[in-house]
Design a protein. Structure first.
Length: 441
């Protein structure tokens, strides 16, 4: 329980229901922050306690819950809203004078940035608690990166002198770039390029419940694939229970990497569902090793050629044989009932087995040409919805943050509130609003 009891003549709860404040109450009640508070209070020691650690911490969480873009916006709300002050634990007898000045929050943020490891531990405790509350949590994971622009402007050119660290500029950020390409229905190609100055949030979420599992914050120029490797290793090391139950790991073309695909299956027995880039510029299909009438394209779709008509037919996926590490494909004529004049002469009428080692990047334990791969990959949009909530509900679309440490802290607080809200709603039997920050309890 994160509420500070105070002696008072009456409470606002006796006059009116908490209403919208119930959302903050969920976070304060279910956030396991006792160790962090103990450490901060020990660091304060016997110093002045005009603004208690717990109270300032609670008010900062309120700023996240109620979507305040800045500390000044939060302070104005605290001065106006006596109910909110009471819920955070401020001294009601002092009225507006109980609200800390801006410099108190500045110093408190510095303290929290020095305790980032303890703040991260709260995140892992919440993930572990959700794992116990939801037996299938972590079965399907999705990964993506999110661009976060810095409030500061970047250097005009690479020839500019390097900036010295201070609180008026952002010397930690750099430029990032993302390219999107596709093809329209009429066959024409389109391209979209996005560049920004700031950071990149790499996020792994549960694709069913749309809740974060792990994350990292880097400069905008950081590689998605390299961070993907680090996040998989971190989950396996710090959250082994999550990796043990993970059956599918979903990612877009930015994570198309043979080493990552091999790591997911060989080390963790997790089926990678990662979109693939077309690296074949010279031809559309290639012969399967040891076969003269069977070819495959860069997406892993397998075709057999009729020995009579020399026409290709797409072979039917017959499943993955785990003990043999092979994908089984069946004759399309037999499987679909199609007419094939050369069936009597065909050497693959009984089917064919393709080992994963044929091409570990193309042939994965869940065949790219199967319907299940398509339906599983569609769940990747879960991480995009989480990124959208971070922008709109948690204030990263418009913020006033400079510096990587401060951005790291702010991202962690947003994810803490997201998880604590989910834990509270599950325990309070409000599972239908598990992902909502704004829905009333």
């Amino acid at each position: 329980m994160a509420i500070i009891p105070q002696k008072q003549l009456f409470g606002w709860q006796e006059i009116d229901e908490l209403g919208d404040l119930q959302r903050l109450l969920l976070v304060l009640n279910y956030l396991p922050d006792a160790e962090l508070m103990k450490k901060l209070e020990q660091e304060r020691g016997k110093g002045r306690d005009d603004y208690p650690v717990r109270v300032v911490w609670n008010s900062m969480l309120a700023g996240v819950v109620y979507q305040h873009p800045s500390i000044e916006s939060l302070r104005r709300e605290l001065k106006r809203n006596a109910q909110l002050r009471e819920l955070c634990g401020f001294n009601l007898w002092l009225g507006e004078r109980a609200v800390p000045p801006a410099y108190v929050y500045t110093r408190f943020c510095r303290k929290l940035m020095g305790c980032q490891e303890e703040v991260n531990k709260i995140f892992y405790r919440l993930v572990e608690e959700i794992k116990t509350l939801l037996p299938d949590f972590g079965r399907v994971l999705a990964i993506d990166s999110k661009a976060i622009s810095s409030l500061a402007r970047g250097p005009k050119s690479s020839k500019d002198k390097p900036q010295k660290p201070d609180e008026r500029r952002d010397s930690d950020a750099d430029f990032g770039r993302k390219e999107y390409r596709g093809q329209r229905k009429d066959g024409t190609c389109w391209e979209k390029i996005i560049s920004w100055f700031g950071y990149k949030l790499h996020l792994v979420v549960d694709a069913v419940y749309e809740l974060p599992v792990n994350f990292s914050l880097t400069k905008a120029s950081a590689s998605d694939v390299k961070e993907g490797h680090k996040l998989v290793d971190r989950i396996a090391e710090q959250q082994p229970g999550i990796m043990d139950r993970c059956e599918f790991f979903i990612g877009d073309k930015g994570y198309d990497d043979k080493k990552l695909i091999v790591k997911l299956w060989d080390e963790h027995q997790t089926r990678p569902v990662i979109d693939i880039r077309n690296m074949w510029r010279d031809k559309e299909t290639r012969l399967l090793t040891g076969r003269e009438t069977i070819v495959h394209d860069y997406k892993g779709t397998v075709y057999c050629y009729c020995p009579e008509t020399n026409k290709p037919l797409e072979m039917a996926f017959g499943g993955f044989e785990k003990d043999r590490e092979t994908l089984k494909y069946r004759c399309p004529a037999k499987h679909y009932g199609l007419e094939c004049k050369g069936m009597g002469k065909c050497c693959v009428s009984s089917g064919v087995r393709i080992p994963l080692k044929e091409d570990r990047r193309i042939f994965t334990p869940l065949s790219r040409s199967s319907y299940k791969w398509v339906t599983t990959y569609k769940k990747r949009t879960a991480v995009e919805r989480v990124n959208s909530r971070l922008d709109e509900a948690y204030g990263f679309e418009k913020h006033f943050i400079r510096g990587q440490k401060k951005m790291q802290l702010r991202c962690t607080l947003a994810l803490l509130v997201m998880l604590a809200m989910a834990v509270g709603r599950i325990r309070e039997k409000q599972g239908r609003n598990i992902r909502s920050l704004v829905a009333a309890a």
